[in-house]
Ligand binder design. Structure first.
Ligand code: 6PG
Length: 254
């Protein structure tokens, strides 16, 4: 398993700037090496500052958005105009401000009957994009998967004790809501495809996350308990960007 790299920032502001720089550097390298950059965005509140910096700050102007392809790692089963929509947040903070062609943007479908339908269709979208059979193994590799950490240890919409944790034969699955609000059905990428990323970038801020951060980075918690512990890459790189508050219980900062 790849050992995670840890970077500690003074506060959420600094973290957003560092995250935007990491994303811009990954875009440059991916486009230089493979001609395109595939980026998986998360929901939650932490990445909004980073997305805004990419959308309206100088750092975003350095990205070749025409060669950038945007996906979502998870979504709440609501319309894109709903304030709870992850895609809606990404659109308002980032997508609306940059020259990414609409055909390069892949929201998770929430216009069908249920989250299971959306999950199935998103798996097909990913298969078509990478020109491979849907759900084939090993899954395709995204260049950068950005993730968050919930107060209960979830990541993407992989919640503690949820059946989505043990899905190994699909890239995307439906998930019932976790215990934390908002209580909405979800669509989420699964461990097999998340763990194929070339780079996983966790963005975590705030004191409330400190104990879980320590347990995940310094202990060996069960994935059932803290699903973020299931992000275990065998190749590639995992970077945890933490602010001081989230890092405060770590005994080792190496
Ligand atoms: C979601 C997410 C989720 C998020 C974490 C952290 O849809 O809610 O994608 O996995 O990343 O809950 O959220 P915060 O950044 O708000 O703490």
């Amino acid at each position: 398993m790849v050992r995670p790299e840890l970077r500690i920032c003074r506060d959420a502001e600094e973290l957003a700037g560092r995250a935007a720089e990491i994303i811009a550097a990954a875009a440059r390298n991916s486009i230089a090496e493979r001609g395109r950059f595939t980026l998986v965005l998360s929901g939650g509140s932490t990445p909004q500052k980073t997305y805004s910096l990419l959308g309206t700050g100088d750092i975003g102007t350095a990205i070749d958005w025409r060669s950038t392809f945007l996906f979502l790692g998870d979504e709440r089963f609501v319309s894109v105009d709903d304030p709870a929509s992850n895609f809606g947040m990404a659109r308002r903070s980032l997508i609306d401000h940059v020259a990414v062609p609409p055909s390069n943007v892949f929201p998770m479908p929430t216009d069908g009957p249920d989250a299971a339908d959306g999950a199935r269709r998103y798996g097909e979208t990913i298969g078509r994009f990478f020109h491979v059979a849907t759900d084939s193994l090993p899954p395709p590799c995204f260049d950068l998967v950005q993730l968050g950490l919930g107060d209960d240890g979830h990541t993407a919409s992989l919640f503690p004790g949820n059946p989505s944790l043990s899905v190994t034969d699909r890239w995307v699955t439906a998930s019932p809501p976790g215990r934390l609000p908002p209580s909405l059905d979800r669509i989420t990428m699964t461990f097999p495809i998340l763990n194929r990323a070339r780079l996983v970038l966790f963005l975590v801020t705030g004191e409330k996350k400190a104990a879980i951060v320590r347990e995940i980075l310094e202990g060996q918690p069960a994935v059932e308990k803290y699903p973020a512990a299931g992000i275990r890459l065998t190749e590639g790189k995992v970077t945890w960007l933490l602010d001081e508050a989230a890092a405060r219980l770590l005994t080792s900062r190496a």
